[in-house]
Design a binder for this molecule. Sequence first.
Ligand code: SF4
Ligand code: SF4
Length: 269
Amino acid sequence: MREIENLKKVILEEYPRLDLESKFTFQCHKSVACFNDCCGDVNIFLTPYDILRLKNRLKISSGEFLSKYTISPFDKNLRYPVVLLKMEENERKSCPFVSPDGCLVYTDRPWSCRMYPLGLASPKSDGESLDKEFYFLLQEGVCKGFHEKKQYTVAEWIKDQGVDQYTEMGELFKDIALHEILQKGEMLSPEKIEMFFMAAYDFDRFRDFVFNSSFLKKFDVDERTQEQIREDDAALLKFSFKWLRFALFGEKTMTIRREVLEAEKRKHE
Ligand code: SF4
Ligand code: SF4
């Protein structure tokens, strides 16, 4: 994790800042000499929406996906739990989804795989020192894609790689992961970390928690929302984010049932 912090510092201080109209030359295809070389021994942080896409692609539950394909490193400096794609235990430390023909989950590949060779620095991930987000080019030594002739603007690349499908969920997740309370250095309790992990990453378990605990007796969730979160993972994930803002930061994103509030009040009379 320290290496990642150091890289962040170098990016902020030294990397040229790109905007949506900035141009760069790059192409990746099966005939490049380095084809697949970047799909191994790499830190790929997974967002909740990455997990949603991948576990549905593989037709498994979020819990099975997390235990089979990810690791969650412990670091006392982390403000919230993170999930990384677990590389295979072979010499190349290959990504579990790489094949001689390329990525086996290409249309559902994670956000960071889509973005490469671009990175994004946002003010929230840097606390106070950055006033505006910017893109930058990550030029990995092994990558021959920069010797190709095709030119893109940043906006064209984002569209071409389908990154925009990930934007809405990404922004909702940033509101939690980079919340000002965490930015101020407040650490989450172990119970809150466990809740964060379940609701943001293991959302099939979170669904079970909503429908098979006293959750719906305590919180007023209308019928339509209940139907949506029962059937639709994207709706469930949006609901998880609302719940986390309430459970972790005390925001008024959930409605407590009146009878529960009245019972609480009576207890203190
Ligand atoms: S998910 Fe696909 S694109 Fe990303 S590292 Fe693995 S094989 Fe490569
Ligand atoms: S190293 Fe670069 S050019 Fe080679 S496969 Fe990876 S992204 Fe494509």
